[in-house]
Ligand binder design. Structure first.
Ligand code: PLP
Length: 439
């Protein structure tokens, strides 16, 4: 006779050690503001804004009621050849937040879809402008661009690539920008490393600019442990791209909507990319939504041919879903009315000082901070890379009433932009206890 079926069996959880998680599940029942509640009534501090997404905290009444009202008014409208007011309104709000002539917004449902959409728009642009030979993409080591075939091809995480074949052909990668010896314990953008953008010149010399479509980078690599861009690096990348007619795509799925104190990192660094990918914070995580903001020139190049012809053969059933747009409009209102991007900027030094106070704790090899994000590298255990990080995540949830994110042995902290100074202190003290517990 079959063993009785564990009712946690059916859901194959993403990016999860499923067997261990189901033996000792970490269940969340409800959320409000900076906190989660477990089914057995414990209150946990959310140290990572959901998954870098709930930038306005959880369950804000204005977002909740906007979603509820929208569900009663218009549950769905097809985005192919039809539209609804909310999608147009949200696109206009987003493009107004973006710098320069980043004037057009293509909606999808996630960061992964945003990345694949941006890569496809880049290729379609080359096709439309008679540069069909420019098909090569350049990403960066330690880059994370989601899990679509495009995203894993330009991404620079071996574990996310190795089981899935070759992906897009002909991609190349810039070196990552992290060097512990030269950058350890830096707050904000490290002084060392701008010259690493020059590696793009080497890649251009190797492949010829006429084969290169676009470069895609996260302004700050988030998922691989918070790697802030060295001072001047992004500006340099922009000018090398310009010199060779290469498009520059910023993947701002994490850095967008206030994480670095501005609507987009593009604004913080004074660099205007050709496209910005966004997701996560656009709805404060309440409903899935992603998108790409596109410069006027790219958009215009595709708006040709007979007026009744579709210009871009791309889109999703749920592009600009009414519930997502309602959540997005409410989230953007909240960010504006409560000054949350500015708040993130003001809290940046407070957060940086607090997190840096962990530097002398056991096994701490490095700490990096930028905006309201921090990466804390712990020394791996001999022969068990990632074991200390995993135990830290479990201990945090089960014992310290704290939710953190780990990537290998690196802990990430990225609280919601509503976090109070007291809660920053609490987050750091709980993290200290966790670090000691896994020493
Ligand atoms: N791009 C970046 C920079 C991300 O950090 C992520 C997710 O963390 C993605 C893309 C993928 O987003 P999603 O998980 O919504 O597909």
């Amino acid at each position: 006779m079959d063993a009785p079926r564990n009712d946690l069996d059916a859901w194959w959880m993403p990016f999860t050690a499923n067997r261990a998680a189901k033996r000792d599940p970490r269940l969340i029942a409800s959320a409000q503001g900076m906190h989660y509640r477990t089914p057995d009534g414990r209150t946990l501090l959310d140290g990572i804004s959901g998954l870098w997404c709930c930038n306005a905290g959880h369950g804000h009444e204005r977002i909740v009621s906007a979603i509820q009202a929208q569900a009663g008014r218009l549950d769905y409208a097809p985005p192919f050849q039809f539209g609804h007011e909310g999608a147009f309104a949200l696109a206009a709000r987003i493009e107004a937040l973006a710098p320069g002539d980043l004037d057009h917004v293509f909606f999808c449902n996630s960061g992964s879809e945003a990345v694949d959409t941006a890569l496809k728009i880049a290729l379609a642009y080359r096709h439309a402008t008679g540069e069909g030979g420019r098909t090569r993409f350049v990403g960066r080591e330690r880059g994370y661009h989601g899990t679509g075939f495009g995203g894993i091809s330009v991404g620079g995480l071996p574990a996310n690539r190795k089981a899935f074949g070759h992906g897009l052909s002909g991609t190349d990668h810039l070196p990552h920008t992290y060097d512990r010896e030269r950058q350890a314990f830096s707050k904000g953008e490290p002084e060392w490393g701008a010259h690493l953008a020059d590696e793009l010149e080497r890649i251009v010399a190797l492949h010829d600019a006429a084969t290169i479509c676009a470069v895609i980078v996260e302004p700050m690599a988030g998922s691989t442990g918070v790697l802030p861009p060295p001072k001047g690096y992004l500006q340099k990348l922009r000018s090398i791209c310009d010199r060779h007619g290469i498009l520059l795509i910023f993947d701002e799925v994490i850095t967008g909507f206030g994480r670095l104190g501005f609507a987009f990192a593009a604004e913080r660094y004074g660099v205007t990319p050709d496209m910005i990918c966004f997701a996560k914070g656009v709805t404060s995580g309440a409903v899935p939504l992603g998108g790409v903001i596109v410069r006027e020139g790219l958009h215009a190049a595709l708006m040709t041919g007979p007026e009744r012809a579709i210009e871009l053969f791309h889109g999703y059933t749920y592009s600009g879903h009414p519930l997502a747009c309602a959540a997005g409009l409410a989230a953007l209102d909240l960010y504006r009315d409560e000054g949350l991007f500015e708040r993130s900027r003001v809290l940046e030094p407070v957060f940086a000082d607090a997190v840096m106070s962990l530097r002398d704790e056991p096994n701490v090899l490095d700490i990096r901070t930028l905006g309201l994000a921090a990466g804390i590298d712990l020394a791996p255990r001999p022969d068990a890379s990632g074991g200390r990080g995993y135990d830290a995540m479990v201990h945090a949830f089960n014992v310290s009433d704290l939710v953190i994110r780990v990537s290998g042995d690196t802990l990430a902290l990225c609280p919601a932009l509503i976090v109070s100074e007291d809660q920053i202190g609490e987050l750091v003290e709980k993290t200290r206890v966790v670090i000691r517990a896994v020493a």
